[in-house]
Design a binder for this molecule. Structure first.
Ligand SMILES: Nc1nc2c(ncn2[C@@H]2O[C@H](COP(=O)(O)OP(=O)(O)OP(=O)(O)O)[C@@H](O)[C@H]2O)c(=O)[nH]1
Ligand SMILES: [Mg+2]
Length: 623
């Protein structure tokens, strides 16, 4: 949240959610404030403070902060530091919280109570939120809240955040004046927390709580040294198959819809610039991008299921050795996986990495993970150039190529990480300390909400930045009008045509024509725009009937050689990331040269990869 917004809220009583990672703070935050922050079954989902407004039972408005999970108040990573700073009142222009909601996982009290004791020593008023009582009960743990409350000297409210149970009671408690009483700092000379907790659990009859059995049994297969990696590979592979196989029908409907709209507009409007803007610019451009929405939905469905079930950190665990060979730890896996959605949340998630060098390397290679904005570009080129046929009865060739492109990005990233490891000193061995959460059945509601969020983000981009860039490109590609008696398509005389032809000098050695060169520029702001721009450029250069605009794939299949298409794919595996990513990197690492270095190395890699691909393809006679 921006500082300006924080100022608007300033003044009311301030509450903060404190707890270990993955205990359900954000699920509670969403219930208490009606927000839709990201919830998932692994440690380190929240890495920034988020603010919301909570209305108590009596109708009082309070400010509530959701914080990154922390194991202690001695931060070991940048996200834990955020939490510590808020509790100590060191956050920029922010007072200390007036009340701390200490969230604990009821099925894992031994570990989670430590932070409650640490919070008590801060001297701030605390309420213990005993979350996940459903999980505890399923495991046969009955916790006497009254006894726990008496032992800790704090109110205790049992909740099941995902089902909204206990939320009303918590809101009612916030109206009771005694909730807000400060006890003053506790003496530090308490007996060690470990002993205190042992004693406490003994009093509650929970001294020897049974560990989860089902999860362990699943992990015997999932983390098996041989079966585990095979299973992971099979899952990832299936995801990419599904992205192509499952999206075909809905993609066809969207394309048919776009074509219909374009034709209607063409019939109803007289020939002229308004019609050209609507048909060649907006309908051809946006329609081209929209057609890839089903594929994005399918990809995210699988990612969300892995996140919600608790499989994700297992995958990180399995890949730890592999990542270790290039000087990273499994910790980098989740930030890198998040980068498949978009590099920006991935770069933010790198805050959970405590080692500064590892964190920087992870940030540097995050843009090599194939973000979802690249999916439309890949899908367009694959659809146009790779025949839709099966390999050995089971595998879709198009899905295989897509899988290959994702792998190419990953291999590129590992190579860069390896190089950076050898260029920088500090190659000490790090062990992976990561929590493996118990498995949950993914909740349909959560998955649906998560998908809806992705759809909203996508549509907002289409209706926002992509629309703006498409109209801008249409303008540049339509004016000035061709001189009287001109024979070539009008676009060749336009500003965009001239820029494209000038740039083509740079891109000619890697096989790009001037139409591609034009499309690459707006693609720096948002990658999908490459697709919409190609739609507009080819619609405007079509000499024949205008329906070419709605059928970009056959047009490029006819105009480009296979070598050019392959080179463009190679370019996009490494392509310099969008400007928003560079701005995020600048903010996260706070060093000016880093984003420049990043853009530079990615440009060089993309150019080299496209050059080699193009030349090899030419040598193979694919020109
Ligand atoms: N069964 C059950 N699951 C819960 C409950 N509360 C949260 N969860 C699940 O626990 C997981 C973690 O929830 P989050 O709200 O993301 O946890 P968090 O404390 O914000 O985690 P970090 O942001 O990583 O510190 C998610 O999969 C939730 O759906 C609960 O009361 N019962
Ligand atoms: Mg959270």
């Amino acid at each position: 949240m921006t500082e300006a917004v924080i100022h608007l809220h300033r003044g009311g009583p301030l509450l903060a959610l404190l707890g270990n990672p993955n205990c359900g703070k954000t699920a509670l935050f969403n219930q208490l404030t009606g927000s839709r922050q990201k919830v998932a079954n692994y440690a380190g989902v929240t890495v920034e403070r988020k603010e919301g407004r909570l209305i108590t039972a009596a109708g009082r408005a309070l400010r509530l902060l959701d914080l990154p999970g922390a194991y202690s108040l001695h931060p070991r990573s940048p996200d834990e530091q955020v939490t510590r700073d808020v509790l100590y009142g060191r956050a920029l222009g922010e007072k200390r919280p007036d009340l701390v909601l200490c969230v604990v996982d009821a099925s894992n009290l031994r570990r989670h109570l430590r932070l409650v004791l640490a919070a008590r020593r801060l001297g701030l008023p605390c309420v213990v939120v005993l979350n996940m009582v459903d999980v505890a009960e399923a495991r046969g743990l009955r916790i006497d809240e009254g006894a726990l409350s008496a032992a800790l000297g704090m109110p205790v409210i049992p909740t099941v955040a995902v089902k909204g149970l206990g939320i009303a009671e918590l809101k009612a408690l916030l109206d009771a004046p005694c909730t807000w009483e400060t006890h003053g700092p506790m003496p530090q000379a308490e007996p060690a927390d470990h002993d205190t907790i042992d004693r406490l659990l003994g009093q509650l009859g929970l001294a020897d709580a049974a560990p989860p059995v089902a999860s362990d049994r699943i992990d015997r297969v999932v983390l098996h040294p041989v079966i585990g990696p095979l299973l992971l590979a099979a899952i990832l592979f299936l995801v990419f198959q599904a992205v192509f196989a499952g999206a075909e029908a809905p993609k066809g409907w969207i394309e048919a819809g776009t074509a219909w709209v374009g034709n209607q507009v063409s019939t109803w409007l007289p020939e002229g610039w308004v019609r050209s803007l609507l048909v060649d610019g907006i309908v051809a451009g946006l329609g081209g991008v929209l057609a890839f929405l089903p594929q994005i939905i399918i990809l995210f469905f699988f990612i969300l299921v892995m996140e919600e079930s608790g499989y994700l950190p297992r995958a990180a665990f399995l890949l730890d050795r592999l990542m270790g060979s290039v000087g990273l730890s499994g910790r980098s896996f989740i930030p890198l996986l998040s980068s498949f959605a978009c590099a920006i949340p991935g770069i933010l998630a790198a805050r959970t990495i405590s080692n500064p060098r590892d964190r920087l390397v992870t940030i540097m290679i995050a843009p090599l993970m194939t973000c979802s904005a690249r999916l439309p570009v890949y899908a367009l080129l694959i659809g146009a150039f790779v025949p839709a046929r099966h390999v050995g009865d089971v595998f879709e060739l198009q899905g295989l190529v897509l899988f290959g492109l994702y792998i190419a990005g990953i291999v590129g990233a590992m190579a860069v990480a390896w190089l950076l490891k050898h260029l920088t000193t500090g190659g000490q061995v790090r062990t992976l300390m990561m929590e493996l959460p118990t498995y949950h059945w993914p909740q349909a509601r959560n998955i649906a909400l998560g998908l809806w969020q992705r759809v909203k983000i996508f549509l907002r981009r289409v209706g926002g930045i992509i629309l703006v860039l498409t109209v801008a490109l249409w303008l540049l590609a339509s004016f000035p009008s061709p001189p009287p008696g001109a024979t070539a398509p009008a676009i060749e005389y336009s500003v965009a045509g001239m820029i494209g032809k000038a740039l083509a000098v740079v891109f000619e050695p890697i096989g790009f024509n001037w139409q591609i060169s034009i499309a690459l520029i707006p693609g720096l702001a948002a990658r999908e725009v490459v697709v919409s721009s190609l739609g507009t450029v080819y619609a405007l250069s079509a000499s024949g009937p205008k329906e070419a605009a709605q059928h970009l794939a056959p047009v490029i299949a006819q105009h480009w050689s296979l070598a050019t298409a392959a080179a463009l794919l190679a370019w996009f595996v490494f392509a310099p990331q969008c400007l928003a990513t560079l701005a995020t990197v600048r903010r996260e690492v706070n060093r000016r040269w880093i984003p420049w270095a990043m853009a530079g190395y990615l440009f060089a890699l993309a150019y080299a990869a496209a050059f080699i691909t193009y030349r090899v393809a030419l040598a193979l006679g694919l020109g």
